[in-house]
Design a protein around this ligand. Sequence first.
Ligand code: WTA
Length: 647
Amino acid sequence: MGDAIESVQREVRVFRPPASFSARARVKSLDDYCKLFRDAADNPESFWGDVAKEFHWFTPWSKVREWNPPNARWFIGGKTNISHNCLDRHVAGGRRNKAAIITELESGEVQTLTYDQLLREVCRLAHVLKSRGINAGDRVGIYMPNCAEAAIAMLACARIGAPHTVIFGGFSAQAIADRLNDCKAKAVITADGLRRRGRTVDLKNNVDQALTNVPSVEAVIVHRNTGDNTPMKAGRDLWWHEAVEGKPRFIETEAFDAEHPLFLLYTSGTTGKPKGILHTTGGYMVWAAYTARSVFDLREDDVYFCTADVGWITGHSYVVYGILANGATSLIYEGAPTWPDAGRLWSIVERHGVNIFYTAPTAIRTFMRLGDEWVKRHDRSSLRLLGSVGEPINPEAWMWYHRVVGDERCPIVDTWWQTETGGIMISPLPGGTPTKPGSATLPLPGVAADVVDEHNRPVPPGKGGRLVIREPWPGMLRGIYGDPERFKNTYFPSGGIYVTGDAAHRDADGYIWVLGRMDDVVNVSGHRLGTAEIESALVSHPSVAEAAVVARPDALTGQALVAFVTPRGNATAGEELRRELGKHVTREIGKLAVPADIRFTNALPKTRSGKIMRRLLRDIACGNASVGDTTTLEDYSVLQKLRESEE
Ligand code: WTA
């Protein structure tokens, strides 16, 4: 990195948890939090052992953790099943008829599944998977709308020990094929389509296209969601509703080792190839459940609504596993947040009596722009806690969320974490931690977060540095699928310290302010994208010779992508090529990866060693007058041309 990390944070407002909230909360004061934090730090084995004891283990563990960097194992020798802990345990323990998942489809249709019904649907699907030869260890791709069936698919895989890999419904056929091939998936669970802004998006067609290049997939199970026609390939494709007919309502849970792979979730890194982040059974279960309960202060009668799609880690941990492991009620919404009007989410809050609402800063900023009226026309008196995740939240958006959505009554938990961490790492505990707009505040118990310089020495308060985690935690990733070398180099380059890739600073109170990524990973609307991935998609187009993608700040989406593209000799730069490249990136990765700006240039600025000068491109993309030190530029004329192309 080299450059000093500048921090210009000037926020001084502090909001104490409302007394009425703290009085009923699990953690009632900052002292409570400090005590938990100390217990977990001083005696991690007994602390996490006690948390884990609340779950059902078919065989108890013999040792809580083993740490041989970069390899961690938790609850060694223990055997459990996360689907049993999310379902059977509650059905047997008094929550049989409690709502587990409430789905609101974009069409307005509402479906509620009790814990008993959910268990039945999971077991029936597990039978179908088994009957198609899917067994423990076989990988299953899930490409679904955001609805209860996606959760059922995940839980059915978990029940039989088949690691799932959920692929976000916005990804293209090519992106699906890349992910399924990387993990050699044996089956895919999908749907005919999903609803978006009153239309349907054909998911099955994307799967069909993808599978022309994925030899490992033998079976495709298709949930009928939109009712649109889709061709079914004989011998490979099954309708879900037909396949489960007559299947028994129960399947015995198998006990899996605590370190049995639970899922892979592909996420962007700094190279062109997405990484299959591996999470295992026991540690992830304990982490997702503990963090959900502590951060959302979950109560028995809460209706909890997280707007994230199950295709992202937030959906895994805080729509499905962490919420159901606590026996809580998870509300899932299928469609677009502003459909049929900008009041949709607030109407959901009103109609379902939502108590806890968890969303992303981009959504908050979108609603802020659309105007307070859309929020205020709906009764939000049921809300008692608000959450934010996925990107830094600017103090202005935080204040709007607090004032308009929360009526100055609801604490806000700004939760910092990553696909790799499995669950929330830095966040207020809402009954105990005073909040400051824009800060994720303090690390959770068990999280040894630090802000350090390039020699891993803590930096003084107020100075920027790298955000690292010094100790292992139960929910940490266990690897990158099929690539132990990349796992070590990316996350543990110097021994046992986990490198997050984010920059941060700590203030005099020890509060952490996350500033954003330090590597070539960008965050557009809370979606994590690797610039290298988008560059490789662009250069795979026959008209492109070279491409560099950087980010610039954007008031709405946090960051926006700017691509600098050198066309091949015979190609004509212009509007037509720009449109064509947008379509091409949509095909290669998905719409979410299409740059906001595509600029054509005759050459890219490079150092003498041939490295693209990204900092310079970032400055140009941001429209900064000063472009810094360019003495290492190979071709000065390039800079001028790039500036000219700024039209
Ligand atoms: C960013 C999403 C600031 C961060 C759960 C991280 C945040 C990346 C916050 C992980 C937050 C997430 N404040 N930045 N509260 N939450 N980030 O893997 O840069 O999709 O490294 O996980 O999002 O994104 P991912």
